[in-house]
Write a protein that binds this ligand. Structure first.
Ligand SMILES: *Cc1c(COP(=O)(O)O)cnc(C)c1O
Length: 358
C-alpha cells in the first residue's frame, strides 16, 4: 500500500542531534528523533497538525491527564526495505486500536487523515533516522492525553496528540523467566485491559518489580476472578505450542488485542499450523509440561516481535521449556514477519504502508 504524502507544515530543526546517536548500539527507546508532530483538540475539533523540532512542551501541572489518567498510546514500527523505501507495519490496524482505546477512555477519536498523514510526513521528515541494519527499525509512538488544566474530576475538553519516533535495534533478549501471577491483577473483565492506556502500565509496575526481585523477567498475568486462566505476559500477548498446535488466550476485555498476535495467527494458519484461540488454564500448562507436549511459549508484541519464554514458574515451581532452535515455530514466524516487512517476501495482506523515498 502506497500513498501520497500530505501537506503537514514542517518546521525543521536548525541543529540535528543525530550525530549523538550510536546506531550500532540502539537501546530501546533511548533516542528520540529530531522531529515530532503535535496537534490540539479544542472546541470539539482537531486543529491543524504541525511537525516541529522534538523538545519540551510547556503546560500546566493541572492538566487532567496527570490527575485522572486520560492518556492513551500506540506503538508500531517502520522498516527500511530492501529497495530503499520505508514500510510502516499495519498502520491502519494500529489506528483502529487507537480509536478503540480512546473511546474506552472517553477521549475523542483521531481522524484517519491526521494519524496516517501525520506519520507519513513525520517519517519523511526524519527518514535519515530509520536504521538500515538487519533487524533494526524506527519505533513510532503516537499518543494522546487530556491537556485541559482543571482540578475538578471531569472528562477533559482539550487534548494533545503527539507522535514521536525512536530508532531501535534488534531486540535480542535471552529467553525469559516468567512467573504465573496469582495475587495481583493487571486487568479485570469490564475494565481497561483491552485499551492501550497509560494507567494499565502504572498498575503493572509493582507486581512486575516484585517478580524481578524474585528472579523473574516478567509476570504471566492470570484472570482477575479465579487466577486460573492465562491472560498475557507482561505487556505482550502470550502464545504456546501445545501438541503441535499454536494456542493463545481468546481475547477478552482484559486482554490487549495485539497486532503482532493477529499477524502471527494469520501467518501460522497460512503455514498450515492448527491455531486455537481459547482459554488456557494453569492446569493445561502443567499437563503440557508433564506429558512433554508443551514445546514452546513466547510473548508477542511490537517491541520484541517474539520473546522466547524459557521458564514458567507455577505455584512456586519452575518448569523448563525446550531450547529454541532455527526450526522452532516462533523462529520461523519471526523470520517470515521480518521478510514481509522489508519486502523480501510478498506482502499478500497489504500489511506494509510504503513510503516511497525520493
Ligand atoms: C501493546 C501491547 C501488546 C502488544 O501489542 P502489539 O500490537 O503486538 O504491539 C500486548 N499487551 C499489552 C498489554 C500491550 O500494551
Amino acid at each position: 500500500m502506497t500513498t501520497i504524502a500530505s501537506s503537514v507544515p514542517v518546521k525543521r530543526t536548525a541543529k540535528s542531534h543525530k550525530h549523538e546517536v550510536d546506531f550500532s548500539n540502539l537501546e530501546f527507546g533511548k533516542y528520540i528523533s529530531d522531529h515530532m508532530l503535535v496537534a490540539d483538540y479544542k472546541d470539539k475539533q482537531w486543529g491543524e497538525a504541525a511537525i516541529m523540532p522534538y523538545g519540551e512542551l510547556s503546560m500546566s501541572p493541572a492538566i487532567l491527564a496527570l490527575h485522572y489518567g486520560q492518556a492513551v498510546f500506540e506503538g508500531m514500527k517502520a522498516y527500511k526495505m530492501a529497495d530503499g523505501n520505508i514500510s510502516v507495519f499495519r498502520m491502519h490496524k494500529h489506528l483502529e486500536r487507537f480509536n478503540i482505546s480512546l473511546s474506552r477512555m472517553c477521549m475523542p477519536a483521531i481522524t484517519e487523515a491526521l494519524f496516517v498523514q501525520g506519520i507519513h510526513a513525520l517519517i519523511e521528515t526524519d527518514q535519515d533516522w530509520v536504521p538500515s541494519t538487519d533487524g533494526s527499525s524506527l519505533y513510532i509512538r503516537p499518543h494522546m492525553f487530556a491537556s485541559e488544566a482543571r482540578l475538578g474530576v471531569k472528562v477533559s475538553d482539550q487534548y494533545k496528540f503527539v507522535i514521536m519516533t525512536s530508532p531501535v535495534g534488534p531486540y535480542f533478549t535471552k529467553p525469559i523467566r516468567v512467573k504465573v501471577e496469582e495475587t495481583y491483577v493487571r486487568a479485570a473483565e469490564g475494565g481497561t485491559g483491552f485499551a492501550k492506556c497509560a494507567g494499565n502500565y502504572g498498575g503493572a509496575f509493582y507486581p512486575t518489580q516484585l517478580a524481578r526481585e524474585q528472579g523473574f523477567d516478567q509476570v504471566l498475568w492470570t484472570d482477575a476472578r479465579d487466577h486460573q486462566y492465562i491472560d498475557e505476559s507482561g505487556a505482550m500477548n502470550v502464545m504456546f505450542v501445545l501438541d503441535g498446535k499454536l494456542i493463545t488466550p481468546k481475547l477478552t476485555t482484559a486482554i490487549l488485542n495485539g497486532v503482532t498476535r493477529d499477524s502471527i495467527l494469520t501467518l501460522a494458519r497460512e503455514m498450515g499450523i492448527p491455531c486455537e484461540e481459547r482459554k488456557i488454564s494453569i492446569a493445561d500448562l502443567e499437563e503440557g509440561f508433564a506429558n512433554g507436549k508443551l514445546t514452546e511459549a513466547f510473548g508477542a508484541g511490537t517491541a520484541a516481535v517474539v520473546s522466547s519464554i524459557a521458564t514458567i514458574n507455577i505455584h512456586g515451581k519452575d518448569f523448563q521449556l525446550p531450547a529454541v532452535h532455527d526450526g522452532s515455530l516462533q523462529m520461523q514466524i519471526k523470520k517470515k514477519l521480518y521478510a514481509i516487512r522489508v519486502g523480501l517476501e510478498p506482502d499478500v495482506h497489504q500489511w506494509n504502508y510504503v513510503i516511497l523515498m525520493k
